[in-house]
Design a protein around this ligand. Structure first.
Ligand SMILES: [Zn+2]
Length: 337
C-alpha cells in the first residue's frame, strides 16, 4: 500500500513539475511554492539537532525516575506539556486511572501535541514517558526494587519526538502530526514475582488512549512508536507484530534508513514479537502502527538493549548520533508519507 502511495506521490510530482515548467515563464507564485515543498525532506535531515535531542533526554533523567505518583513524574509532566505548548498548535492533557497488575488503581497522564490540527491526513508518533518502578533485570538483586533512570527506556523516545516537533514548527510538514506521550507503559509485573503473562499488564496509557482518544473517533494514516532509541550502536530489527499489522510502514522506514546510510543499524531482518504500546493502537484504534525498538539477541537479557530494566539504564549510555539517526529517519518518513 505504501508503495502504491509513493508511486502516486512521485507521479503527481512529475505532473507538478510539468505544470511548474509550463508556468515558469509566467512567473506564477503557485508554481514556486509547490516546487519548494519538495525540499522539506532535506530540511529535516539537516535541521534535526542532536544536541537538542540529547538535552531533552538529560532533562527528563534529571527529574529522577518518572514513576507515576512521584514528584519527579509530576515535574516532568509539566515540563513536557510546556515544551509541547512551545512546539505544537494544540496540546491535550489526558488524565486517567488504570489498575496495575497488583490490583492498585493508579493515575496516569497521557500528553498529546498536535501540529496542523485541522488537517484530516494525519501521522501519529508515540513514546512512553514513564519510568519502570523496578530494576528487575539488574545483575544485583539488591536493586530489584529500585526504580530505573530510564534514560533509554522512556526518555530517549520522548526526546526524539520533542525535537521532531521543534522541527515541524520550523518547517511545516503540510499534514497533521500528533505526538502522543503515553504513561504507565512500564508497570508490568516484575520478574522476581511470578505472574502468568498477560500483555494487558503493560501499556496502560496506550490502552486507555486507544479506547478513549483525545478526539472522539481519532484516526491517523499510520503510527510509529519509539522505544529505546538512544543507546550507542543500536540494532533495530523489523519487529514481528509491526510486520503483521503494518509491514508497508516498516518497509518504508527501513528503506528510508538505508537511503540515509543507516542500513547497518536498521537491520533488514525480522526481530522478535514485542508486546509494546503499538499493539493496542493497532488492536483498539486500527491505526497501522510499528515499533522502532532496540532488539539485541546477544545482550545478557537475550532480547533487548543491554541495560534494559536495570539501574544501568542511565544517561552515560545515551549516544547523540543514535538520537540523530532515529530523528532523521522518522522525520524524513513523516515529510514524505
Ligand atoms: Zn521498559
Amino acid at each position: 500500500m505504501m508503495k502504491n502511495k509513493m508511486m502516486k506521490i512521485k507521479y503527481s510530482f512529475f505532473l507538478l513539475s510539468m505544470v511548474v515548467l509550463l508556468f515558469a515563464s509566467c512567473g506564477t507564485q503557485t508554481g514556486n511554492k509547490k516546487a519548494q515543498k519538495k525540499d522539506t525532506s532535506r530540511t529535516i535531515v539537516s535541521g534535526f539537532n542532536a544536541d537538542s535531542a540529547y538535552a531533552f533526554t538529560a532533562k527528563q533523567v534529571a527529574f529522577g525516575p518518572r514513576v507515576p505518583g512521584t514528584k519527579a513524574h509530576a515535574q516532568c509532566a509539566s515540563w513536557m506539556i510546556n515544551k509541547l505548548k512551545q512546539f505544537s498548535d494544540t496540546v491535550y492533557i489526558q488524565k486517567f486511572k488504570a489498575r496495575t497488575y497488583d490490583g492498585v488503581t493508579r493515575t496516569g497522564i497521557n500528553i498529546i501535541g498536535s501540529v496542523n490540527p485541522d488537517e484530516t491526513s494525519r501521522v501519529l508518533l508515540l513514546a512512553h514517558w514513564d519510568s519502570r518502578p523496578f530494576a528487575d533485570h539488574d545483575k544485583d538483586p539488591a536493586n530489584y526494587h529500585k526504580p530505573i533512570d530510564a534514560a533509554n527506556d522512556g526518555a530517549s523516545g520522548v526526546a526524539v519526538l520533542l525535537e521532531l516537533m521543534r522541527q515541524f514548527k520550523l518547517n511545516n510538514p503540510e499534514k497533521g502530526v500528533d505526538v502522543l506521550l503515553v504513561d504507565l507503559e512500564d508497570w508490568g509485573p516484575p520478574d522476581f514475582e511470578s505472574h502468568p503473562y498477560n500483555e494487558n499488564n503493560w501499556g496502560l496509557g496506550s490502552q486507555y488512549w486507544a479506547k478513549t482518544p483525545h478526539i472522539p473517533g481519532y484516526q491517523a494514516n499510520y503510527g510509529i512508536l519509539l522505544d529505546m532509541v538512544g543507546a550507542k550502536n543500536p540494532t533495530f530489527k523489523k519487529e514481528y507484530y509491526s510486520m503483521g499489522f503494518a509491514s508497508y510502514v516498516v518497509n518504508e522506514v527501513w528503506r528510508t534508513a538505508d537511503e540515509l546510510g543507516y542500513g547497518e543499524w536498521f537491520v533488514n531482518a525480522e526481530g522478535g514479537a514485542i508486546s509494546d504500546d503499538h499493539i493496542f493502537i493497532n488492536k483498539y484504534r486500527n491505526i497501522p502502527t510499528i515499533d522502532i525498538i532496540h532488539l539485541d539477541s546477544h545482550s545478557s537479557n537475550g532480547s533487548f538493549y543491554e541495560y534494559w530494566h536495570t539501574t544501568g539504564d542511565t544517561m552515560d549510555k545515551i549516544d547523540k548520533s543514535t538520537l540523530l539517526m532515529v530523528g532523521k529517519v522518522v522525520g524524513t518518513v513523516v515529510y514524505n508519507n
